[in-house]
Structures are given as C-alpha cells and as structure tokens.
Design a protein around this ligand. Sequence first.
Ligand SMILES: Cc1ncc(COP(=O)(O)O)c(C=O)c1O
Length: 381
Amino acid sequence: MSRAQTIPPFHVMDLLARAKQLESEGRSIVHLEVGEPDFATARPIVDAGIQALRQLKTHYTAATGLPELRQAIAGHYQRKFGLVIDPRRIVVTPGASGALQLALSVLTDVGDNILLTDPGYPCNRNIAKVLGIDSIDVAVTADTQYQFSAEHIKQHWSEKTRAAIVASPSNPTGTLIERDVMKALVKAVADAGGALIVDEIYQGLVYDVEEYTALSLSDDVFVVNSFSKYFGMTGWRLGWMVVPENYIDAVDRVAQNIFLAPPTISQHAALAAFESATDEILQRRVAIFKERRDYLLPVLNEIGFKVSAQPQGAFYVYADCSGITDDSFQWTKDLLEKEGVAVTPGIDFGEFEASTHVRFSYTRSIEELKRAMCRITRFIK
Ligand SMILES: Cc1ncc(COP(=O)(O)O)c(C=O)c1O
C-alpha cells in the first residue's frame, strides 16, 4: 500500500460536510465540532494586511520569515515571559502545521519513530506517515491529565525513537502540562538522547492558571506556536517555531525547499498581532471562552457525560460518554441527523477509549451552546 493510502480520513470533515448539506436544506445546525475560534481576525490585523496588499508587498520573504516579524515574536516572549530569545532561533512557518513538518523533517529519518499521546492531535501521526516515520501512540488517561509523564517517555522510548510531541494546552482535552512535569519531560527526553517538541499553539487561551513556556525551562526544546488560535488567524496560515541553536541552519534549508517562504501578506498582517490595541480585543475573547467553558462543564456532567480532567485551556472539552453510548462515532452521526448538533467523535484523536469519548468545541456563543445542550438532552432521553 502506498504511504498516502495509509492516511486515515479526518472523520469530523465528513461530519462537517454532512452538517453543511443539512444546513443547505434549511436545517438548523449547532457546530461544536469546529477547531477554530468563531471570531473573525481582529480589525487591526486585518487592516495591516490590507495596507500590505495596497503597498503591493506581494513578493517572497526569506524562508525563515520577515526579520521584523521574527523580532516582534522575540519581543512577545520578552513581554509575556521575561525571556530573551535570539530572533535567529525563530522561524516563521505556514501555520503550526508547517512548523511540525519542519521539526519532524530535521529530527527524523525514514524508519525512525516518534512518541505521541493517544488521544492527541491527529495530524501529527499523519505527518509522520507522510515522512515515512512511525508513530508510537501511547495511551494517556486523566491520571496524567491526558499528557505524557516522564515514566511514559522512559517506558516507550526505543533505539529508533527520535522525538516526543506534547501539546499544552492539548487538543482534544484542553489540559495543561504542569511546569514540574514539563521539566521532568525535558530531562527524560534529553537523557534518552532525543528531542522534545512542545506544541504551544493554544498559548494565551488558558483559564485560571498562570502560563509558562517550555522555552523558560530549556533552550534545547522545539517550541511550536501559531497565529491561528489565540490570534484568530486560522485562514492566514501563519505560525512559528523556536528551534535550538544547532538546528537553525537545517530548519532554514528544509524551509527553503518545502515552503520557499511563509505567506507574505499574512506576515505583514501579523506584525499588528502584538500591538496593545489588538491584545485588548484578544483578551476580551479569552474572557468569553472562559465563560463558555464554565457554562458547558457543569451542564455536560448533569446530562450524563463525565469530564475526568479539568480542561484549563484551548476551547475543547473531551468528555466520556460511556454512560450514554459505547459507539461514539455512530452516536455523533445520529445526533447530527436527528438533532442537528455536530460534535467530534473520539476516533479522530486516536484509538484508546475512542468509542466512549467525544470532543466538544466551545467555539460558539453561550446561546448556541444552550440550544445544543437542550437538543442533546432530548436526544439522550
Ligand atoms: C494541537 C494543534 N497543533 C497544530 C495545529 C495546526 O494549526 P495551524 O496549522 O492552523 O497553526 C492544530 C490545529 O487545530 C492543533 O490543534
């Protein structure tokens, strides 16, 4: 079988297509399956993009990105975390997706493997497949906040393992890695002679707890980030990665060859992402996401779901539905057909206990969340 044929479908995309079809037939659908903010990109960022277009800034930039943007990202780390990061270590990418491809490209060879959490962000294992590397999907539970512990790393690392990927906050669980656990992960991976890739794409979308970055613990981690989620720029396809000093050159060369450059207009727009006027808008949105989470969690528990680890970030709740169904895939399909509510089945995030879990995205207003909860309650009954 060719490599491409081994890439599984993203089931939620089929669900989304069906939801759109039902909508076109006049049905009312509540979308709790979508993994992107419902808010449009903040106005100052859009205006900066329009201005860049008017000024005809339409050519390639350097493969590692606009120097001003790399500098601005360094400034962001300085302001937010008091960290001095050399802009040479910052590479601007086509989304976190581009960053993950670059990281795996420079860290692995065909036949190597990487450690991933199950449940976890599905594209990682498929990027690995495309690159001809294997992923070892390690079952993680609420006992470790659905995250790796150092013991997981020690237990599953083999001679062929080159890297482990973690995401904090995580998709689909919204859970964080505590600072001490991250420290232990950094050490366990370093002791094994490999690389730790920390996906911080949901940074900024964190509720009730103080944030940190893995960069404050080590200069040897690969830290992935993006303008998609907190900055609300999913469609602009822009992210970044902070790489260890000794990988700057390799990452640059791979980026030159597979992307040439990240999108120019998006980079000019993103310069406005760090302005204080933008931050005020984005901070208000964080408060709204928190309100939605605080509404959703108790209601889900009341109507029969179980949320075993408190989601403290992103905009997801990963809920155990074993009290309702043991076939969450079929259940999500039936829920959409009968009640017009779209949620993502566990199978999209791995295999471990997938059939008894679903993911809710709170990327819709509280009114819509309420409507969805009424319909789901009726559906369960
Ligand atoms: C954990 C995680 N990493 C990476 C991505 C890719 O995001 P993008 O390429 O839009 O930056 C996503 C998107 O949902 C995600 O959830």
